[in-house]
Design a protein around this ligand. Structure first.
Ligand code: SIN
Ligand code: FE2
Length: 198
């Protein structure tokens, strides 16, 4: 059975100054690749806003969940910021870079339903997640949707590595504590997920 212990949670991995610098890097990403409001494959709007950096971006819509080499506006995605790659090199791999850095923005009412990250070719590569801004209640389950779940609060600067059995486990964000962090002036939470795609 998969439990919270299978998720490698690095509390306060990024000190406050590094968090603030990373937010500035992400502003640059969002200038080149503006946040958009995604639709599920069933046409339902998701509550997060989304963009990406890297060789691929993760996209959803009527065409299903997929990776695309271009932003919906037709431009290639901007490069993954160096400070983000440094975290990946430290915790995942010094030799293989991630292909995609998905950037999710959670506003006051945003959440992310339980799901598995399953659009990648090789589940041997971990998923790395970086949390910035308001705390989010992260729920983790097992390999089946009905498995028992547990939750943990992810705060600004926390980094999670989903590797081994956790790589294929259900997970999601129940809600955020809007306005509890001062990192983003308007409130909200940013989560980055880094993945090897193909
Ligand atoms: C996700 O799994 O897509 C996001 C997780 C998070 O926001 O912490
Ligand atoms: Fe995910």
């Amino acid at each position: 059975m998969i439990t919270l212990k299978d998720f490698e949670i690095h509390k306060a991995y990024l000190p406050p100054a590094a968090q603030a610098a990373m937010v500035e890097d992400l502003r640059e990403v969002a200038r080149a690749a503006p946040f958009f409001a995604p639709l599920t494959p069933w046409g339902k709007p998701m509550s997060v806003r989304m963009t990406s950096a890297g060789r691929y971006g993760w996209i959803t819509g009527r065409g299903g969940y997929r990776y695309e080499p271009r932003h919906p506006d037709g431009q290639p995605w901007p490069p993954i910021p160096e400070a983000v790659l440094v975290v990946w090199r430290d915790l995942v791999s010094a030799t293989r870079a991630p292909d995609c850095c998905l950037v999710n923005f959670y506003g006051e009412k945003a959440r992310m339903g339980l799901h598995r990250d399953a659009d990648e070719a090789d589940f041997g590569w971990p998923v790395l997640s970086i949390s910035l801004g308001d705390p989010g209640l992260f729920r983790v389950g097992g390999l089946e949707r009905g498995d028992p779940t547990a939750s943990v609060l992810l705060e600004s600067g926390d980094v999670v590595v989903m590797a081994g059995p956790a790589r294929r486990a259900y997970h999601g964000i129940d809600r955020i504590r809007f306005g509890a962090s001062r990192l983003l002036p308007g409130g909200g939470r940013i989560n980055l997920t880094l993945r090897v795609v193909d």
